[in-house]
Design a protein around this ligand. Structure first.
Ligand SMILES: [Zn+2]
Length: 411
């Protein structure tokens, strides 16, 4: 069947939706490798896609490199892949703006890292720092025999479905084994599978409280313990959290909001040419996902190489002293209390420089990432709280002085 999709035309002006902090002083996009990575290669226009295959698109993510516009969202996601220390990304915006598509597409670019082969997530460094008690008995024995407990594997994008039950999230008794074999076996949960991977949660603001608590607990400790009757298991759970939410559908609890390092507001594209490009690409993708993905194979491969290079450069990237001083003043002037604000901002600036193949993160890098790291961190409530607390402290101190004076008078 001859059913070809062909998209031609002018490349839309990719600068239309670029936020000011991602522009250089002259109003042009900053000339950086990151920008070339995101924009230079995505100008591809001509698509000849045979339309006979109706694949199951959800198992073949839409390529990250085929996304159009949304520069800030793509930048934030790449920074989180390059430097897990930025502490994840929250995408905030209305439905249908590509948040989930972008997050799922990231799986193409995730690097190879040493991953534990053990279900408890034991790593050689746990053994080095804590000795045999730092790992499970089986891994301790393996390490003592000189065997490896890791293998090189790609970071995975693990999705936490909205309808997940607590047992799915933290693990629990395998009911099938319990019924069929009359014995108790604990299954590991999604949070354990997410160890050293990325955890993606769509509509994160609609999660139930007990699941949010389990995620916060795991995120804070890097591990969690499941108890079921006499059985008890502790799993490692160190993950980069990526969440998306529609602000129309309820707010996010402050505790989980604070867990997201970078925050991106995602709007629909303003440029009609970009919207047409999105339409053409999505049509081509639905018509034949495999062929569409092949069209972007080379870009994807080059970008994932860039990510790996940036990750290996990252440890030697330093933040310039003037950038550090400016960043701290910014946090102070904005009355942001969470220390995660500057931590995220500085780590994101280092990642930005690493993608640009530089060993020093400058004020310019800081400017590019500051809004993503600092927005949605101020709290009216906390400000009021501190002001009223100050009043109370003065009252206590004044009362103390008065009573002390009276006691002194009596003596
Ligand atoms: Zn182990």
């Amino acid at each position: 069947m001859e059913n070809e999709i062909e998209a031609t035309g002018e490349t839309p002006d990719d600068q239309v939706d670029i936020p000011a902090h991602l522009l250089a002083g002259d109003g042009q996009p900053r000339s950086s490798m990151l920008l070339r990575l995101l924009e230079g290669r995505s100008a591809k226009q001509v698509l000849k896609i045979p339309g006979e295959e109706l694949g199951l698109a959800e198992h073949l993510p839409y390529p990250f490199m085929a996304l159009v516009g949304q520069l800030e969202m793509r930048t934030a996601l790449l920074l989180a892949v390059v430097n897990p220390n930025v502490g994840g990304v929250l995408l905030v915006g209305p439905r249908g703006t590509g948040k989930t598509t972008a997050a799922r597409g990231l799986s193409d670019l995730l690097p190879l890292i040493p991953q534990s082969v053990c279900m408890y997530g034991c790593m050689p460094e746990d053994y080095e720092s804590e000795g045999p008690d730092g790992v499970c008995a089986e891994c301790a024995a393996k390490l003592e025999r000189g065997e490896s407990i890791t293998r090189l594997a790609s970071v995975q994008l693990i999705e936490l479905p909205l309808n997940a039950r607590l047992d799915d999230v933290i693990g629990g008794i395998n009911e099938r084994v319990a019924i069929q074999q009359n014995r108790v076996r604990l299954d590991r949960g999604i949070l354990s599978h997410a160890d050293r991977n990325m955890l993606y949660i769509d509509e994160v603001n609609l999660l139930g409280d007990e699941i949010v608590d389990a995620i916060l607990d795991a995120a804070a400790q890097g591990q969690y313990t499941v108890r079921r009757g006499p059985m008890r298991a502790t799993y490692r759970s160190r993950f980069v959290l990526v969440g998306s939410m529609n602000p129309e559908e309820g707010h996010l609890r402050p505790q989980i909001m604070d867990r997201f390092g970078l925050r991106v507001t995602v709007n629909g594209l303003a440029d009609p040419a970009q919207r047409i490009l999105v339409y053409d690409r999505i049509r081509a993708y639905y018509a034949n996902p495999r062929a569409f993905i092949r069209t972007f194979e080379e870009e994807t491969h080059l970008a994932s190489e860039d990510v790996s290079i940036a990750r290996s450069l990252l440890p030697s990237v330093a933040l310039a002293p003037d950038a550090q001083a400016l960043g701290l003043r910014l946090v102070q002037e904005l009355s942001i209390h969470s220390h995660r604000a500057e931590f995220t901002m500085f780590e994101a600036a280092r990642a930005y420089a690493a993608i640009d193949a530089r060993e020093e993160a400058t004020v310019d890098d800081l400017r590019a990432v500051a809004p993503m790291a600092l927005r949605m961190r101020r709290s009216e409530f906390i400000e009021q709280f501190f002001i009223s607390q100050q009043g109370e402290d003065m009252e206590i101190d004044g009362l103390f002085a008065r009573l002390h004076g009276e006691a002194g008078d009596g003596a």
